[in-house]
Design a binder for this molecule. Structure first.
Ligand code: NDP
Length: 459
């Protein structure tokens, strides 16, 4: 067992694992330290289990429309089966991550790490020091919980996946990704679900039409929305938890979940003592090459507070390895990141929102609202929304926003022409694929409305 490495990675999540594997493949002697499970938030208690649970919850919508296609469905749901099957899948993925680390020779150390100085990492459990030419901080994020009385009675997304039983009702605080995704999951699985949010519509930074469309979809699925309100306190109420809101109202819920954002996972890491600088919110400050204020210490992923998304962390980890161990300096372009909110309806977006674009010169907005074909035989009235925002008169595409079935898959593909700087006329040249929802993207004829000198015209 060596005590001296070219690279010591702290945290075996998406960013850390990719960096470790790539660095080792370039011949570096690499150790990766993990105190929990290999795979990080994404695999163990984030994207992967979340998407599996979203699939589980979507059967409700399918059962709803099934009779209009001639099906009679007598369905019931068993939570322990879902939890157990999820566990099997993430255990399989964790093993694959371990194997992929071991293949190029990365040493996996199960322990808690503290940075002792710019070239030393202390293993707390083993009381051992590792010396490192480079240290990579890839410790991710953790849920932020507001400091209110009784906060310990609430759960976060960490615990939500493994609840011993589904609660009869749940109150979710927050209006971001996690709040709306978990509201969709719980409501779809039959739990009376309420979102309480301090703002006036969920998903603050997204395009307004998408936000309102998603909000309508949540309401359509029985989710109650309480706006301009926060949870002031939690207390026990028999088997329930009583939530007292900022307006003084108190109500009981089977469970209360905080989806109030995530903070950089930096406590007790020894960053300050080592000379690493942090932003006011605790995130590690890095340059375009993920280097911290200390030349031998780098950081990638959620801990840097750049974009808390798995593919971004993976790209940052890969480019770190290229830069430091392959003499190929690469900086990640964070400007056009596609993202999806796996709520119901699903949202996929890339580029500028309409209100952002309106401040970027003259723009044209193409907007389509239509019933997804799947709903046309049923009484469901929900509309799909597709919005294309371009520079005026067939210019560059600045933003694409999709709400409805398959939105995430569509946006991933839209990211390719967007990255190439495609214009509206490039989209127009593409032959439509019929019948599909995505064909709307290439069949828009005239703008629904425009912005000229910042003023909205038409619409
Ligand atoms: P978000 O930042 O998306 O949302 C946090 C929400 O909590 C916001 O609505 C915010 O309100 C609210 N909030 C923050 N502080 C308080 C407070 N003190 N009291 C009451 N409300 C508060 O964070 P999430 O936790 O949902 O997700 C974390 C990140 O993880 C996301 O930003 C995203 O990058 C990533 N993620 C991505 C997913 C995906 O790709 N599908 C899925 C899940 C997570 P306000 O709007 O007013 O600021």
């Amino acid at each position: 067992m060596s005590n001296s490495y070219d690279l010591v990675v702290i945290g075996a999540g998406s960013g850390g694992v990719r960096a470790a594997r790539m660095a080792a493949s370039y011949g570096a002697n690499v150790a990766i330290i993990e105190e929990f499970r290999v795979g990080g938030t994404c695999v163990i208690r984030g994207c992967v289990p979340k998407k599996l649970y979203v699939y589980a919850s979507r059967f409700r919508d399918l059962f709803d429309v099934a009779p209009s296609f001639g099906w009679t469905v007598d369905a019931s749901f068993d939570w322990p089966t879902l939890v157990a099957n999820k566990e099997m899948e993430i255990t399989r993925l964790e093993a694959a991550y371990v194997a992929n680390l071991e293949k190029p020779g990365v040493e996996i150390i199960r322990d808690r790490a503290v940075i002792a100085d710019p070239h030393t990492v202390h293993l707390v459990g083993q009381d051992r020091d590792l010396s490192a030419r480079y240290i990579l901080v890839a410790t991710g994020g953790r849920p932020f919980i507001p400091a209110i009385p009784g906060a310990e009675l609430g759960i976060t997304s960490n615990e939500a996946f493994d609840l011993p039983a589904l609660p009869h009702s749940i109150l979710i605080e927050g209006g971001g990704y996690i709040a709306v995704e978990f509201a969709t999951i719980f409501a779809g699985l039959g739990v009376h679900t309420t979102i309480v949010y301090r703002g006036d519509c969920v998903l603050r930074s997204f395009d307004d039409d998408m936000r309102r469309g998603l909000e309508a979809g949540l309401i359509d699925r029985g989710i109650k929305l309480i706006y301009q309100t926060t949870i002031a306190a939690l207390s026990r109420d028999g088997a329930d938890i009583a939530a007292t809101f900022s307006d003084g109202v108190t109500a009981p819920y089977g469970a209360v979940m905080f989806a109030t954002g995530r903070s950089a996972n930096v406590d007790g890491l020894g960053l300050q003592a080592a000379g690493v600088t942090q932003h006011a919110n605790g995130a590690v400050a890095v340059d375009a090459f993920s280097k911290t204020a200390v030349p031998s210490i780098y950081a990638v992923g959620d801990v840097t507070g750049r974009a808390a998304l798995t593919p971004v962390a993976i790209r940052e980890g890969w480019y770190f390895a290229e830069t430091v161990f392959n003499n190929n300096p690469l900086a990640v372009d964070h400007s056009q990141i596609p993202t999806a909110v796996f709520a119901e309806p699903e949202m996929g977006v890339i580029g500028l929102t309409e209100s952002e674009a309106a401040t970027h010169g003259d723009v044209d907005v193409y907007l389509s609202r239509f019933r997804p074909m799947m709903n046309t035989l049923s009484s469901r009235t929900e509309r799909m929304i597709i919005k294309l925002i371009t520079q005026r008169d067939g210019g560059k595409v600045l933003g694409v926003h999709i709400l409805g079935p398959g939105a995430g898959e569509m946006i991933q593909l839209v990211a390719i022409p967007m990255g190439m700087g495609a214009s509206k006329s490039d989209f127009d040249r593409a032959m439509a694929l019929h019948p599909s929802a995505a064909e709307e993207l290439v069949t828009f004829k005239t703008p629904s409305y425009t912005y000229r000198n910042g003023q909205k015209i038409g619409g």
